[in-house]
Ligand binder design. Structure first.
Ligand SMILES: NC(=O)c1ccc[n+]([C@@H]2O[C@H](COP(=O)([O-])OP(=O)(O)OC[C@H]3O[C@@H](n4cnc5c(N)ncnc54)[C@H](OP(=O)(O)O)[C@@H]3O)[C@@H](O)[C@H]2O)c1
Length: 291
């Protein structure tokens, strides 16, 4: 099965690069080979590679910066997925795309279902919602996997920020009124590969649509920070003080409840991603080995 992966240098894309390192039929491209803000660049790459599956791991993910550059954010997160979906439809290929918990406003008390109305409260969330819609309008053969709070051993993410700040300060103030499921890039890539392998199996039918695909369980950013520090990677563990979002103003608003129900995913595909604590342990174990 010929697979094209975009965003090879991102958190999730790097995991595909690692997991597919010995696969001869997988083409991974980064910004240099395929600039998602350039429609022709996308069409050229897809037409050259002629994939049977496209995995779009590239995105504009700078949530606060997006408030200042909405055009670029929408070009990458909404216009580019439309072009990918159009090209996938031409080839009869499957498009696998990632979306986000930030398509919701976070006002719901329970975990969000795929059938719940979206209502993004940030430019980034709105751009990802527009990307979902553009894909559904352009092809029948797609999987949109909404995930949340993505982190990895490399890249720019909360885990690495906490380890850096925790090494510099004895006390940290961390938001405690936003709840979600920290989901590791390795878990996202591994689960996606299971879906793609299933798609490639003879006789298997992959029901297209939107699926929530996050780690099991949930916590706040403060809870996530405490779990990071309790792994014992730092010589001195900083004190973590819980604060309200209002005490940590950001350019973009973020939903208070980011928890997504994974029940549809589990019913359809027969498995769930591991609990967030287990994913964190696995990522941090890998970091300790590398240190
Ligand atoms: N990060 C999160 O917390 C989070 C949460 C929910 C959902 N998601 C979704 O999960 C997916 C993967 O996210 P991630 O955390 O792996 O993202 P990431 O680490 O920020 O990586 C995104 C990649 O996209 C590339 N990219 C950005 N603009 C591009 C352009 N114009 N042309 C080509 N490539 C471009 C970046 O390239 P450079 O390396 O050159 O900058 C980067 O390699 C995305 O769809 C994201 O929206 C992420």
């Amino acid at each position: 099965m010929r697979i094209l992966v975009t965003g090879k240098d991102g958190q999730v894309g790097s995991e595909f690069a690692r997991l597919y390192r010995s696969a001869s039929d997988v083409v991974l491209v980064g910004r240099g080979e395929c600039d998602l803000s350039d429609e022709q660049s996308i069409r050229d790459v897809v037409r050259r590679v002629k994939p049977e599956v496209i995995i779009n791991a590239a995105a504009y993910t700078a949530v606060d910066q997006a408030e200042r550059e909405p055009e670029l954010c929408f070009a990458i997160n909404a216009a580019a997925p439309r072009v990918l979906a159009q090209e996938a439809a031409r080839l009869d290929a499957l498009l696998v795309h990632y979306s986000t918990d930030y398509v919701f406003d976070g006002e719901k008390a329970e975990p969000y279902l795929e059938t719940d109305s979206i209502n993004p409260v940030s430019v980034y969330g709105a751009s990802k919602a527009a990307g979902e819609a553009a894909i559904a309008e352009s092809t029948n053969r797609f999987l949109v996997l909404r995930t949340s709070w993505v982190y990895a051993a490399q890249g720019r993410n909360f885990l690495r920020t906490m380890l850096r700040l925790g090494g510099e300060r004895s006390q940290l103030r961390v938001v405690d009124d936003q709840v979600g499921a920290p989901t590791s890039a390795p878990a996202i890539a591994a689960a996606t590969i299971r879906l793609v392998e299933r798609y490639a199996s003879p006789g298997e039918h992959l029901a297209p649509g939107i699926y929530h695909m996050t780690a099991g369980g949930s916590t706040s950013w403060c809870g996530f920070a405490r779990a990071i520090f309790s792994a014992g990677m730092l010589d001195a563990v900083p004190e973590v003080q819980p604060i309200a979002s209002s005490e940590y103003p950001t350019a973009a608003r973020r939903p208070a409840n980011s928890v997504l129900s994974n029940d549809k995913f589990a019913r359809t595909f027969g498995f769930r991603l591991p609990l967030w604590q287990q994913q964190l342990q696995e990522v941090m174990a890998g970091m300790q080995v590398r240190c």
